[in-house]
Design a protein around this ligand. Structure first.
Ligand SMILES: Cc1cc2nc3c(=O)[nH]c(=O)nc-3n(C[C@H](O)[C@H](O)[C@H](O)COP(=O)(O)OP(=O)(O)OC[C@H]3O[C@@H](n4cnc5c(N)ncnc54)[C@H](O)[C@@H]3O)c2cc1C
Length: 420
């Protein structure tokens, strides 16, 4: 709420009198800060700012707690589209975009943190190499030469690139969907079906773009702090702000658990005859089919194949539990399943990028300055396939033993703690 504009329109979700307390009875209202009278003049509409929230981060963007209606009168509004009880449908497109934008924001912050870490690691001189550390006169080297720092940097690089590739895949589907809709309007056969396919794929990847990417970004920024040592903990570096700003991305637009539920139950139907799943399987299958052309990446192709098979097994297992009515059991694996799916999607993107890089490396002369860029793409895949992707198989092993890992605790088991 501010005085920069003459009036403000708020999109407010609420219930019409007499409707039930169910998400299916939510309506969307347009409520102006000032009511527009018949003669065009503005009068108060009883909308007040009760509080500006004191947040952990995003301090450049005030969040307010608004109160609609006061003793002087109720706030008035219009029913959006004049349609009651359809707020969730009306907001679906907006929410999907906001979730993908959350992934874009997360990737941008993580990428910046990674670049800060690389620059610092090149400048900071500390410690001799591990194999010379017994020699007190061994010269100290920039920390970027230490294998453990390289591990952290490669970890960050591969995750940032994987997230960016996932978002690029979604953007490609969005562009192709628009083109197909255009072609459908021009009467082209099959175009409407193509548009529906691209929409389905965007819907399938959307919860991963929101939840997995925001978790990966959080992980990347904490690694960037670690690379900086004590300097990373200082407020004169941007990393502290990045962490504070980033955390909300795992919470807003529906918490990451809500995304995981959406993925497993709503988008994949617990694996039961899902069209989106079939399209995903076909697309990743096409990439894996090309493996023979890249002997340099044989190990990585195998790793992605194994992770994809583990993901299929895990989904089949969870589907079995869901169909047998063991939904509470399934609910404790939603988040873990989304993480597994996220790892496979990121690895798939990195694999495709590495194939392009290998083709360029075959063509470029040894002294070409671009070689290190393409070699870096192969390194990202190698690291991710060998160090991160095995988590998919261990996740699937856990899901195979789902009934042994059952989580069931009485609220009292967490200790007797006074209220706030
Ligand atoms: C900076 C900021 C800006 C925001 N801007 C907007 C905005 O513009 N518009 C808007 O509408 N909202 C906005 N929000 C609200 C935001 O979308 C919600 O805070 C978010 O969706 C989480 O809801 P909640 O806070 O009620 O958490 P809760 O629902 O109370 O969740 C608390 C914890 O319980 C878990 N949980 C909740 N339900 C279940 C369940 N059924 N099963 C298992 N676990 C569960 C959650 O995953 C979470 O870990 C904003 C929030 C912040 C922090």
């Amino acid at each position: 709420m501010h005085a920069l504009t003459r009036n403000t329109l708020y999109l407010v979700i609420g219930r019409l009198p007499g409707t039930q307390r169910s998400p299916l009875s939510l309506s969307c209202f347009i409520v102006p800060r000032y009511w527009i009278e018949a003669d065009g003049s503005l009068s108060p509409n009883h909308v007040a700012c009760a509080e500006v929230e004191a947040k952990m981060g995003l301090n450049g963007c005030p969040n307010t707690r608004l109160v609609f209606g006061d003793e002087a009168g109720p706030a008035r509004g219009w029913l959006l589209g004049n349609q009651p009880n359809v707020a969730l449908l009306q907001l679906r497109g907006l929410m999907s975009r906001a979730r993908i934008e959350t992934g874009i924001q997360a990737t941008a912050v993580a990428s910046s943190a990674y670049l800060h870490a690389v620059r610092y690691a090149r400048e900071r001189v500390q410690g001799a190499p591990f194999d010379k550390s017994a020699n007190p006169w061994a010269p100290k080297v920039p920390i970027i030469q230490h294998r453990d720092v390289q591990r952290m940097l490669l970890d960050m690089k591969s995750r940032v690139e994987g997230c960016r590739l996932l978002l690029a895949r979604i953007s490609t589907h969005a562009a192709l969907q628009q083109a197909s809709l255009h072609a459908a309007r021009a009467g082209e056969d099959q175009a409407a079906a193509e548009a529906a396919l691209h929409e389905r794929m965007m819907a399938l990847y959307c919860p991963v773009a929101k939840a997995h990417v925001s978790e990966e970004a959080w992980h990347v920024v904490t690694q960037a702090v670690q690379v900086h040592g004590a300097v990373g903990y200082l407020r004169n570096r941007p990393l502290e702000q990045y962490l504070r700003d980033l955390k909300v991305l795992t919470i807003w637009e529906g918490t990451n658990y809500i995304q995981a539920q959406d993925l497993l139950r709503d988008k994949l139907g617990f694996g039961h005859d899902s069209l989106a799943l079939r399209a995903f399987e076909a697309a990743i299958g096409r990439t894996l089919h090309d493996g023979a052309g890249y002997p340099e990446l044989a190990h990585e192709f195998d790793a992605v194949r194994a992770a994809r098979a583990a993901l299929q097994d895990a989904l089949a297992e969870l589907g079995q539990h869901a169909r047998s009515g063991r939904l509470l059991l399934v609910s404790q694996f939603c988040t873990r399943f989304l993480t597994m799916f996220g790892h496979v999607l990121l690895a798939w993107g990195l694999l495709e990028a590495a194939c392009v890089a290998v083709r360029r490396l075959r063509e470029l002369p040894e002294e070409d300055g671009d070689r290190s860029f393409y070699a870096g793409k192969v390194s990202s895949l190698r690291y991710y396939a060998r160090n991160v992707l095995p988590a998919v198989e261990s996740g699937a092993a856990l899901i195979r033993r789902a009934q042994d890992c059952y989580i069931e605790a009485s609220p009292l088991e967490f200790g007797h703690i006074g209220s706030h």
